[in-house]
Design a protein around this ligand. Structure first.
Ligand SMILES: CC(C)(COP(=O)(O)OP(=O)(O)OC[C@H]1O[C@@H](n2cnc3c(N)ncnc32)[C@H](O)[C@@H]1OP(=O)(O)O)[C@@H](O)C(=O)NCCC(=O)NCCS
Length: 122
């Protein structure tokens, strides 16, 4: 996502994931042997992270992680950057609807984003 400003140092990311994400959220990791190649995290109906290693894109890993996370819930929403067309296409194909667009003032990166939503019964 080259259009995104880099806001945090790697050690800040490590702190965030070890103290906030891992203890609080449901986190599923895709591995090839012992090598992590992607992960998804969700919490209280929000899909907060989904990242696949770029050299593994298009191999179905993102779909499998999303299905695994969805098996735990009937409703999920998420924020995605508007310029992230690959992710928007991916979520749309998996039944998410684009609900609300923002100018980015409310997010940390100050980059326009949008809320997408999926419900099992829709
Ligand atoms: C968006 C993202 C999570 C998708 O993950 P992915 O593993 O590439 O997704 P999938 O492989 O399941 O599906 C992507 C495409 O591969 C195709 N595909 C799925 N299984 C496949 C298989 N076995 N063989 C070949 N192609 C396959 C899908 O049909 C889909 O095609 P599309 O181009 O029509 O969308 C990934 O690109 C990513 O990590 N992006 C960067 C981070 C990001 O943007 N995260 C979202 C933040 S909100």
């Amino acid at each position: 996502m080259p259009w995104l400003p880099v806001l945090h140092r790697p050690e800040e990311d490590l702190w965030f994931f070890s103290t906030m994400v891992l203890p609080e959220e449901m986190v599923l990791v895709a591995r090839e042997n012992t090598q992590p190649v992607g992960f998804i995290s969700s919490h209280q109906g929000w899909l907060n992270h989904l990242y696949i290693a770029p050299d593994r894109w298009g191999m179905g890993l993102g779909s499998r992680l999303l299905e695994a996370a969805r098996s735990e819930t009937d409703h999920l929403q998420l924020w995605v950057f508007q310029d992230n067309m690959k992710a928007r296409h991916f979520y749309s194909k998996h039944g998410f609807c684009e609900r609300a667009f923002t100018d980015g003032r409310g997010n940390e990166e100050k980059v326009p984003d949008l809320r997408m939503e999926w419900s099992r019964d829709s």
